[in-house]
Write a protein that binds this ligand. Structure first.
Ligand SMILES: *Cc1c(COP(=O)(O)O)cnc(C)c1O
Length: 483
């Protein structure tokens, strides 16, 4: 009777941190995170000088076999990598669309990853899924949608737009959908053309409709294009309205678009990635009147709700349209829910496994309530109209697009300058402002004009920083005029 000696199965337990090791790691990280966040207002609004070359010094081709101390890795992040970038979390970042970075969301990310529950399926984490579904219920309410609406959180506006186009395609076109045509304005975000391509439409299926002097879609030209496409045997099925364009912040006449879409039997989608959360304010609701008539709406909580990147949202008026576009079963999966209050995100979105995104919205919204968000957004509207009014007082400034919300576009002009001279002059002014580092602005070139933009959207941006932007712009413009 020889008792078999069990094989040793050597266990490497170094991936299972002991409590003291966990505490130490979090403390080390906090020792870097807290001073970093606390000093955001003193940091440059962007600093990428030499960054591309420095990034080459980080190239590493061999996977490391052994570990390095966490201190060293955090130093690499905080001393070298993080500083060399745009700083969308800075109060001076008035470029593109500013980012946020609410601290409670960062903590939510830590909690979500540490618990690592599975939220793609209702059955796998019913209570956690319900908390995320609440966030979507709140967003639907803010959009003015009735019960019966649905939606999901995505990685961003681009992916949400993709699902919107697929939902519209499934709802309005036959399986063989290549005769379908969709309409966007010449100010639409490029993610819509990309989403159409991903959804299977050749480039010729996307009709680009000109805008008026206020950068709003020309309804007469839209109507004419729809009629022409029908005459030629194509199938118009979708029109996109803008609730705050990235170029100049323009909000289309959403109510009129909704009426046209209803008359023509088109799916009406609203891209409110930038502007949507201004629906929390009275002014935003009046600017975006008609948005609740949309079949689908894209919002970006990582813009107007100040969340960290990785948070977009698609809302649809009729939740069933998402299920029809994304539903697919697997033999190995548990049963899906049929009660509309219990949502399986994998049935209504492209993802199965997914991060627990909802928590980074849920935690700050529950901790603070919507009140502070509403007041912050009111302030951003005020700051943008204030900045535009101050600039408009200068004789050498042309406000090309006054703020519909918190973004506007303008340029410095000089009599006698041709278009290319004006573009060069404005680029010089932009570079001079950005070189000072207190604020970061960007330009856009649309309809043949190079325009400077100011977008106020960070919860960290207040009057002092907008004044700094105005001072630096005035100084740079006076210098350019003298030079
Ligand atoms: C930011 C933005 C998008 C794209 O969203 P991502 O989250 O960057 O993918 C789409 N439309 C508008 C108007 C935007 O401002």
């Amino acid at each position: 009777m020889s008792a078999r000696v069990p094989p040793p199965f050597p266990a490497d337990t170094s991936l299972e941190l002991r409590p003291a090791e966990m505490e130490r790691l979090v403390r080390l990280a906090m020792d870097r995170i807290v001073p970093h966040v606390d000093s955001l207002s003193a940091q440059r609004a962007a600093d990428t000088e030499g960054a591309a070359a420095l990034s080459r010094s980080l190239i590493e081709r061999e996977p490391p076999e052994t570990g390095a101390p966490a201190e060293e890795l955090l130093d690499l992040l905080f001393d070298r990598a993080i500083p060399k970038s745009f700083n969308p979390a800075s109060p001076g970042y008035l470029a593109y669309i500013p980012g946020g970075g609410l601290f409670p969301s960062a903590v939510a990310g830590l909690v979500a990853a540490a618990a690592n529950r599975y939220t793609g399926l209702f059955a796998a984490a019913p209570l956690l899924v319900q908390l995320e579904t609440n966030v979507l219920r709140w967003f639907a309410r803010i959009a003015g949608y009735p019960d019966g609406a649905g939606g999901f959180l995505s990685s961003g506006g681009s992916l949400a737009s993709f699902s919107a186009i697929v939902a519209a395609r499934c709802d309005r076109l036959p399986e063989n959908f290549l005769s379908g045509v969709l309409y966007v304005s010449d100010q639409a975000h490029h993610c819509l053309a990309k989403a159409a391509l991903l959804a299977g439409f050749p480039a010729r299926s996307v009709r680009v409709i000109p805008t008026d002097d206020a950068f709003r879609i020309r309804l007469d030209l839209l109507g004419a294009a729809v009629a022409e496409d029908r005459r030629e045997g194509r199938t118009p099925f979708l029109v996109v309205g803008n609730a705050g364009t990235t170029n100049t912040g323009a909000v289309d006449d959403l109510d009129a678009l909704a009426t046209l879409a209803a008359r023509e039997g088109l799916w009406f989608h609203v891209d409110a990635a930038y502007g949507g959360f201004f629906l929390l304010t009275e002014r935003g609701r009046s600017r975006m009147a008609g948005i609740a008539r949309a079949d689908s709406i894209v919002l970006d909580p990582h813009k107007g709700l100040f969340l960290p990147y990785g948070s977009g949202c698609l809302l649809v008026l009729d939740a069933a349209t998402l299920r029809r576009a994304h539903g697919a079963g697997g033999e190995y999966l548990p049963g899906m829910q049929s009660d509309p209050d219990l949502v399986d995100f994998c049935e209504i979105s492209p993802e199965l496994s997914r991060p627990y995104r909802g928590l980074s919205a849920w935690l700050p919204l529950k901790m603070h309530g919507f009140g502070p968000f509403r007041r912050n957004l009111e302030e951003k509207l005020d700051l943008a109209s204030y900045a535009a009014a101050v600039l408009a007082r200068r004789e050498d400034v042309e406000i090309a697009a006054p703020p519909d919300l918190s973004l506007f576009a303008f340029r410095f002009v000089r009599r006698g300058d041709r278009e290319d001279g004006l573009a060069a002059r404005n680029r010089r002014i932009l570079d001079a402002v950005n070189a000072r580092g207190r604020v970061h602005l960007t330009a856009t070139t649309t309809k043949g004009r190079t325009l400077l933009r100011i977008c106020v959207l960070s919860f960290r941006t207040h009057r002092d920083r907008v004044d700094a932007a105005l001072e630096d712009l005035a100084a740079a413009a006076d210098e350019a005029a003298a030079g």
